[in-house]
Design a protein around this ligand. Structure first.
Ligand SMILES: [Zn+2]
Ligand SMILES: [Zn+2]
Length: 350
C-alpha cells in the first residue's frame, strides 16, 4: 500500500539483483509515506493497546510513523540505518534520511561511508536471503523475545503478512500454557500457514480493517507529517535521542507551521557527522513495563489470492479480486463483526 519495492520477495530488489536483473524501475522508498495501517498502529501504541511491533519490511515506515525504536523489531533491517559493527566496541547506528543500500550488493553490506569515530566502513542492516541477521539494532530480536519469555503476550495480530518466513521462527508462536491464553488474529486476503491456529482470521485489506478498528475505538488515525518524520529529519531526533524511546509527535500544529513536503537531502549533500546518533543512545534498555502483548506486523505485503470459501479463479486479476472482496456486502458485514471482536480483545488485554 505504500508503494515500497519489496526487498526480499520473488520480485524483491535483492532477488532480482541476485539474478542480475536491474531494479531501477523501483520508486525511491524515501518518497513513500506510512500508510493508514502504520499510522493506526502508532496511535494504538500511544494508547498502550499495542506494546511491540515486529516488522519484516526494510522500508523503515514504522519508525517513520513515529513509533520509538525500542518497541520495534525490524527483523530484516532498515534501509535508512547503517551501522559500525566492527570498529567501535559497541554497535553504533547511523540513521540517514536516504536509502543507505545504494552501494551495497547482494550479501555485500558495505555502504561506502565510514564511521565518524573509528573510520571503519559502515554496513547496511538489510538481512538478505540465506543470511541470519545478528545486528542488535534495528533488528531488536531481544525486544520480541523478552515479551514472549515473560509469557504475558495475550494477543498477537498478524497484519498482511503471508507468514511464510515468520512461521519458521517457532519461538514466535505461543506454546503450552501461553497458547491457551494468547489469541492469534490474522488479517490477510490470502491463505497463510497459520490460519488453522488463528483464533480469528479476517479476510480483508489491512487498511480497511485498521480504519474500521479505529472507528469502533473512537480513536482518530493521526495524519502522517513529512516535516516531522523522525528519519527524514534524523538530525533533530538523533541528537535528542528521542527516536529510541519516545513517540515522535508532529510539532507543526499550534506553531503556525503548515505541514509541507520535506525534501530529503541527497546522500552526497549530507556529511556523516551531521546526523550522527549520540554515543550511547542505542544502549537504552527496553522498558520492562512494555511487555504485555506482542503485535506482529507487516503491512507492506501485497494480496495475491482471495480465499474466502474457495480460491478465486486464477483468471481473475488481482485488482478484480480486491474489488470483489471489498464490495461484497455480506463480507463487509462479517468483517465489521470480526473487527468488533478484535477491538474487544485489544481493550481487554491491557
Ligand atoms: Zn566505528
Ligand atoms: Zn509536523
Amino acid at each position: 500500500a505504500a508503494s515500497i519495492p519489496d526487498y526480499r520477495g520473488p520480485n524483491g530488489v535483492w532477488t532480482l539483483a541476485e539474478q542480475g536483473k536491474r531494479t531501477f524501475e523501483c520508486r525511491d522508498p524515501v518518497n513513500s509515506s506510512p500508510t493508514t495501517s502504520h499510522m493506526a498502529l502508532r496511535e494504538l501504541y500511544k494508547r498502550g493497546l499495542v506494546r511491540h511491533i515486529l516488522s519484516q519490511n526494510c522500508d523503515g515506515l514504522h519508525l517513520r510513523s513515529g513509533v520509538p525504536q525500542k518497541s520495534l523489531s525490524e527483523i530484516h533491517g532498515n534501509m535508512h540505518i547503517e551501522v559500525c559493527r566492527e570498529g567501535c566496541s559497541t554497535l553504533r547506528q547511523y540513521i540517514r534520511p536516504y536509502d543507505v543500500t545504494k552501494k551495497s550488493q547482494f550479501r555485500r553490506h558495505k555502504t561506502g561511508r565510514s564511521c565518524d569515530h573509528c573510520h571503519t566502513e559502515l554496513d547496511d542492516t538489510i538481512v538478505h536471503f540465506g543470511e541470519v541477521g545478528r545486528v542488535q539494532w534495528p533488528l531488536n530480536w531481544a525486544g520480541t523475545t523478552d515479551i514472549l519469555e515473560e509469557s504475558t503476550c495475550d494477543l498477537l495480530i498478524c497484519l498482511g503478512t503471508s507468514l511464510a518466513v515468520l512461521k519458521q521462527y517457532d519461538f514466535l508462536w505461543p506454546t503450552g500454557e501461553a497458547k491457551k491464553r494468547a489469541k492469534i488474529v490474522i488479517i490477510n486476503l490470502q491463505w497463510t500457514p497459520k490460519d488453522r491456529v488463528a483464533t480469528l482470521k479476517i479476510h480483508a485489506k489491512c487498511d480497511d480493517v485498521m480504519t474500521k478498528l479505529m472507528q469502533q475505538l473512537g480513536a482518530p488515525i493521526p495524519e502522517y507529517c513529512r516535516t516531522c518524520d523522525p528519519i527524514l529529519n534524523s538530525k533533530r531526533s538523533a541528537r535528542s535521542g528521542e527516536l529510541m524511546s519516545r513517540i515522535t509527535e508532529c510539532s507543526c500544529a499550534g506553531r503556525g507551521n503548515t505541514r509541507r513536503n520535506y525534501a530529503p537531502p541527497s546522500p552526497d549533500a549530507v556529511t556523516p557527522s551531521n546526523d550522527l546518533v549520540t554515543p550511547g543512545w542505542w544502549t537504552v534498555g527496553i522498558s520492562r513495563s512494555l511487555k504485555r502483548s506482542l503485535t506482529s506486523v507487516n503491512s507492506g505485503q501485497t494480496t495475491r489470492r482471495k480465499t474466502r470459501g474457495k480460491r478465486a479463479k486464477a483468471s481473475k486479476t488481482r485488482s478484480q479480486m480486491i474489488e470483489s472482496s471489498s464490495t461484497n456486502d455480506s463480507d463487509q458485514c462479517a468483517v465489521q463483526e470480526e473487527v468488533s471482536a478484535l477491538v474487544e480483545w485489544l481493550v481487554s488485554s491491557v
